[in-house]
Design a protein around this ligand. Structure first.
Ligand code: ARG
Length: 579
C-alpha cells in the first residue's frame, strides 16, 4: 500500500513534469512529514533546488507546481510558505481510510518486496573464545537487519561465519588433551580455558612444540585430532547457543557456515584468481592487488591469499565464502556485519571480486560497519580489572538491574511474572541501547540511561505498550473488537498520532535500504511520545466521552500497540502486557 510519502511523491513528480517537462521526471520532490501541524501535514522542498535548474524564482516554481498538481482524494489544501516550501494539508477522510488499510494489513503498511535473496553474515564468534561485548553489536545489529529484511518479504539466509580454524587450534587441542578430554568433558569457562592454553604456549616449550605438531596433524586431517577439534566446536556452540537464547536472536546451528566449511574450496580460489590474471607473487607469498589500495609510500597494497608456507588466510576464506554465496546460494545481496576495523578487509575483498569479474551486476555487497562500545572513561569498555566484558555477564547484570527498576514500579505481579518482566526489559534495554545509536559511531555504555523509563529507551517503549494494554484491561474491552474504520481525527494530537502511524512503512523501508536500525528506534520513540501526548489530551475511558469517540480512541490506541510490538519485534525485542 502507498503511505502518504509515496502517494505525495508520485503526485508531485507528475506535477513537475506537467509544469516543466519530461526532462524533470527523475527529480525527487523531497516530501517529508512537517512535524508541526501548523505547517500542514507534509512539506515538499523541491522548489528551491528546481528553481536554479529552470531559471525562475522558487516561489514562482512552487506556484507552478501547485497549479499543476492533482490533489486527488488526499489533498485538503496546499500552501506556499517562506522561500518556496509547499505545505500539504491532507484530507481527514484520506488519513482515516489509510489508517484502516494499515490496520487490516498484516504487514502494517510495509510494502512487500517481490522476491530477492539476501545473505546476512553476522555474529561470527571465534571457537573456544568467550563471546564478549564486541560480539553483542554484530549479533544484535545483524539480527535486526535479518528480521527487517524478512519482514519486507526478502528470502533471508543467515550465515554465522564462526572462526573455527587456524593455528591456535594446536594449543587448544593440546590443552584439551591435558584436561583429560573425554566424551563428557565440558569446558565450563571458555575464557579461562583459552587464556590457560595461551599462557602455556608462551611459557612451556614442550607444550608449544606439541601444539605446533598438532596444527600439522589437524591440517593433515588426522582423525583423532579432528575428533578433538570437533569436541572444541561442540563445546563452543553450547556456549554460543546459550548466549543466543538469552539474547533472543534467531541464529541456530543451521545458520553456521564456519570458516572450516570453506577449507576444500580454498585451492579453487587461488586457481580462479590465477585464471583471472590477478594472482601475483610477493616475497614468496601469493597476493592480489585490489585496485585503489595503496600503502603509506603510495605503492599498490597487497592482500595476501596464500602464505609462503602454503597456509591460507582470513581473506582467502572470505573470498571462498563470497563465491559460495553468489554461485551456490544465489544471493542478490550480501550483507556483512562486523566492526569498522574490518572495513578495509571487506573493501579489499569486494574490490577483488569486482576486478576478477566474479560478481554478477545484480549482486549488491554491503559492509555494515559499527563502532566500539566505550566505558564511562570513553575507552573501550572493560571490567574493573581491565578484562574484556563477557557477554553472558553483561546480560545477567542487565536482567538484575532491570529487576531493581521494576521493583520500584510494580505491586501486583507474581514473582514469576516479575522475573519475566525483568528479563524482557533488561535484555531489551541492552539491545535497544546498542541499536538506537548510530551504528557507525562509538557509544558509551551506560546502565542508568539504557534502563531509564523516560527517553529513547526500551523500557519507555515497553511501558507505552503496557499502558495501552492496561486501558483495554481496565475498560474490559477485547482488542480484537476495535474497528479502525471508525477512527475520527478531531483533535490535533489524534491527527499527529495518525500521521505517525502511517509512517511505519517508510521507517521500515529506510532501515532496509540504509541498514541502520536506529532509524526504526527513532520512529518508535516518536510514536510512543505521540501516544503519550495523545493520551494526556484525549481521554479514552473517562465518563462523558461519547461512545463513538471512545471507540475511535481505542482503535487508535490498539494500532499504536500493534505497531510498537511489531517494531520492537523487528529489533528483536519482546514486550510484556503488564509491568
Ligand atoms: N570471526 C570474525 C571476528 O571475530 C567475524 C567474522 C565475520 N564474517 C566474515 N565473513 N568475515 O572478527
Amino acid at each position: 500500500m502507498q503511505d502518504p510519502t509515496t502517494q505525495l511523491s508520485i503526485a508531485f513528480s507528475k506535477a513537475i513534469v506537467a509544469a516543466f517537462g519530461e526532462e524533470y521526471a527523475a527529480i525527487d520532490p523531497l516530501i517529508k512529514p512537517s512535524g508541526n501541524p501548523k505547517f500542514g501535514d507534509y512539506q515538499a522542498n523541491v522548489a528551491m533546488s528546481l528553481a536554479k535548474r529552470v531559471g525562475d524564482n522558487p516561489r514562482n516554481v512552487a506556484a507552478k507546481i501547485v497549479d499543476a498538481i492533482d490533489t486527488g482524494d488526499w489533498g485538503e489544501k496546499l500552501e506556499i510558505a517562506g522561500p518556496g516550501f509547499i505545505n500539504v494539508h491532507l484530507k481527514t477522510d484520506y488519513l482515516i481510510s489509510q489508517l484502516a488499510a494499515v490496520a487490516t494489513d498484516e504487514h502494517l503498511g510495509v510494502d512487500q518486496a517481490s522476491g530477492g535473496k539476501v545473505v546476512v553474515d553476522y555474529s561470527g564468534p571465534n571457537v573456544a573464545k568467550e563471546m564478549h561485548v564486541g560480539h553483542l553489536r554484530s549479533t544484535v545489529i545483524g539480527d535486526a537487519i535479518a528480521r527487517v529484511l524478512a519482514f519486507e518479504g526478502y528470502n533471508v539466509i543467515r550465515q554465522n561465519h564462526l572462526g573455527d580454524w587456524g593455528t591456535q587450534f594446536g594449543m587448544l587441542i593440546e590443552n584439551l588433551i591435558d584436561a583429560g578430554a573425554g566424551a563428557d568433558t565440558h569446558i565450563s569457562d571458555l575464557k579461562t580455558f583459552y587464556q590457560d592454553a595461551k599462557k602455556r604456549f608462551d611459557d612451556e616449550p614442550e607444550f608449544k612444540d606439541r601444539a605446533r605438531k598438532r596444527v600439522v596433524a589437524l591440517q593433515g586431517g588426522d582423525e583423532k585430532t579432528l575428533e578433538l577439534w570437533g569436541k572444541l566446536i561442540d563445546e563452543s556452540k553450547r556456549h554460543f547457543n546459550h548466549a543466543y537464547q538469552l539474547l533472543g536472536v534467531l541464529l541456530t546451528d543451521d545458520d553456521i557456515r564456519a570458516e572450516s566449511f570453506y577449507n576444500d574450496k580454498l585451492p579453487e580460489v587461488i586457481t580462479a584468481l590465477e585464471d583471472a590474471g590477478k594472482l601475483k607473487e610477493s616475497q614468496g607469498a601469493k597476493v592480489v592487488y585490489p585496485e585503489g589500495f595503496k600503502d603509506e609510500e603510495g605503492n599498490p597494497f597487497p592482500m595476501i591469499v596464500c602464505k609462503s608456507d602454503g597456509g591460507f588466510l582470513y581473506a582467502t576464506t572470505d573470498l571462498a565464502a563470497l563465491r559460495y554465496r553468489m554461485n551456490d546460494l544465489k544471493a542478490d545481496r550480501i550483507v556483512y556485519v562486523t566492526d569498522s576495523r574490518q572495513s578495509q578487509h571487506f573493501a579489499m575483498v569486494f574490490q577483488t571480486v569486482n576486478q576478477c569479474h566474479w560478481r554478477p551486476d545484480n549482486v549488491q555487497l554491503d559492509h555494515v560497519a559499527f563502532g566500539t562500545v566505550l566505558g564511562p572513561d570513553r575507552k573501550p569498555f572493560k571490567t574493573r580489572s581491565g578484562d574484556t566484558v563477557k557477554l553472558i555477564d553483561l546480560m545477567e547484570e542487565a536482567v538484575n538491574r532491570a529487576a531493581g527498576v521494576i521493583a520500584e514500579k510494580t505491586s501486583d505481579l507474581s514473582e514469576d511474572d516479575q522475573k519475566n518482566v525483568a528479563r524482557v526489559v533488561g535484555i531489551g534495554a541492552l539491545k535497544y541501547a546498542d541499536l538506537s545509536s548510530d551504528r557507525i559511531k562509538d557509544y558509551v555504555f551506560d546502565w542508568d540511561r539504557m534502563l531509564a523509563l523516560e527517553g529513547n529507551t526500551a523500557p519507555y517503549l515497553i511501558n507505552a505498550y503496557v499502558r495501552i494494554q492496561s486501558i483495554f484491561r481496565k475498560g474490559e474491552i477485547d482488542v480484537a473488537t476495535v474497528d479502525a474504520s471508525k477512527i475520527q481525527l478531531g483533535e490535533d494530537a489524534e491527527k499527529t498520532l495518525a500521521l505517525k502511524l502511517l509512517q511505519f512503512g517508510s521507517a521500515v523501508q529506510s532501515v532496509a535500504s540504509s541498514l541502520e536500525p536506529h532509524r526504526l528506534c527513532t520512529y518508535l520513540y516518536e510514536l510512543a511520545s505521540g501516544f503519550h501526548s495523545f493520551y494526556e489530551k484525549c481521554p479514552v475511558l473517562k465518563d462523558g466521552v461519547e461512545p463513538d469517540i471512545k471507540d475511535s480512541r481505542l482503535a487508535l490506541s490498539a494500532l499504536v500497540a500493534r505497531t510498537l510490538k511489531e517494531g520492537l519485534n523487528l529489533l528483536g525485542i519482546d514486550v510484556v502486557d503488564r509491568m
